[in-house]
Ligand binder design. Structure first.
Ligand code: SF4
Length: 398
């Protein structure tokens, strides 16, 4: 199990060890449901220039007094599609980050170094080079094992590509593989979903992230929904898919440790747990967030502006805010409740001097009486029923 390291340094007297997120905003095409900061069609020269700028931001961040006093436990390269970057360029960058920041914890499970890959954009040599550079966890964007669903989602890869990429990753000695799957897809029924789940389990990944498709404003899918031309499964069907994932994965030896995440013993995502524990992290790359000591900053989302600002020695930020103590407390509660273990009341008290019982009063009491939340062994957590209504519960606590 993930053991947080408590770094007793910095402006706060109690702040966890930190993570680094690196955003690679490039994709070969734009999926019609996607609202991430991602840009299709950028050429290799542009991508290389972006990676050079990232090195500069990494060096600037590593020199910051807050960062110098900190130990890091995870590095996560996400996107976008990080595997669109030339593997040598990416490997050099990862090696540089691992050298610039203090990743020297003696605990065996650290650092966790994850890279997201798309089945269509990796090959054997690339995986070997990434492994050599220090990547020890792959997150593969499978989404579905149905070619019909994959076409509908605008994905370039096929189910066969997914089978092959897992084989290549095992050949390259990756011992920690996570697969992303999506349910609630247009035209998807329970049987199709169960086939995808079974195919995923058959590949024996150490970790699975299982997300419901959400229709994001401004995407082609949102437009199709408003025109009534997209056949999205109803609430009951989506709930049945969620329940079937819980059942199938639990029968196959996976433990659900967060609303959408399942792992074999010893393979929970250290990076994501730090995020759900509202720990500290810094974000490199356009659109990425940093959050430490109550400060939250977002980098400029536009890669051109992001690069230009760094080139002329300006901070590459879009926004920044200082979160008051109570706002940080509420965030810690809401994020922590995503995990099946829940949020530690003792930890909340130590970090903020506030407990959920005192702060939320009757709202919390009602949620407990309705069987949606429970308090056990000094942990506050969602009940099994509460997990299925998590968004509504969070809305009352945020
Ligand atoms: S591959 Fe991922 S980031 Fe890129 S467009 Fe598709 S959903 Fe968005």
């Amino acid at each position: 199990m993930h053991k947080p390291i408590e770094n007793k340094v910095g402006p706060e007297t109690f702040e966890g060890a930190a993570s680094i997120y690196i955003h690679i905003p490039f994709c070969r095409t734009k999926c019609p449901y996607c609202s991430f900061v991602s840009y299709p069609g950028k050429n290799n020269d542009f991508i290389v220039r972006y990676m050079q700028t990232l090195v500069q931001q990494a060096e600037d961040m590593a020199a910051h007094p807050w960062t110098r006093a900190r130990q890091f436990i995870s590095l996560y390269v996400g996107g976008g599609t990080p595997s669109t970057v030339d593997s040598e360029v990416m490997a050099d960058f990862i090696e540089r980050c691992l050298a610039e920041f203090d990743f020297t914890s003696t605990e065996e499970q650290y650092p966790e170094v994850t890279m997201e890959v798309n089945p269509k954009t990796v090959n054997r040599e690339m995986l070997r080079r990434l492994k050599q550079a220090g990547v020890n966890r792959l997150s593969i964007g499978v989404q579905s094992f149905s070619d019909t669903m994959l076409r509908l989602l605008g994905r370039e890869h096929t189910a066969q590509d997914c089978f092959e990429v897992v084989g290549l990753a095992r050949d390259a000695d990756f011992k920690n593989i996570s697969l992303d799957l999506m349910y609630g897809l247009p035209g998807q029924d329970l049987a199709t979903w169960k086939n995808s789940l079974q195919a995923a389990v058959g590949l024996h990944p150490e970790h699975l992230s299982v997300y419901e498709l959400t229709i994001e404003e401004g995407t082609p899918f949102a437009e199709q929904v408003s025109l009534g031309s997209l056949d999205i499964p109803g609430e009951g069907a989506v709930l049945a898919m969620y329940e079937s994932a819980r059942e199938t994965l639990s029968e196959s030896g996976y433990t659900q440790y967060e609303i959408s995440n399942y792992a074999r013993k010893g393979f929970r995502s250290i990076h994501n747990i730090n995020y759900w524990e509202n720990g500290s992290y810094i974000g490199l790359g356009c659109g990425a967030f940093s959050c430490f000591s109550g400060v939250r900053i977002q980098n400029d989302e536009d890669p051109e502006r992001f690069m230009k600002k760094l080139m002329i020695k300006q901070k590459p930020y879009k926004d920044g805010e200082f979160l008051p103590l109570e706002a940080r407390f509420r965030e810690s509660v809401v994020m922590g409740l995503r995990m099946t273990e829940g949020v530690s009341i003792a930890r909340l008290r130590r970090r903020y001097g506030i407990t959920p019982g005192r702060y939320y009063g009757k709202t919390l009491k009602d949620l407990i009486e309705q069987g949606l939340l429970e308090e056990k062994h000094n942990m506050l957590r969602l009940t099994k029923r509460g997990m299925t209504l998590a968004n509504r519960i969070m809305a009352r606590l945020v």
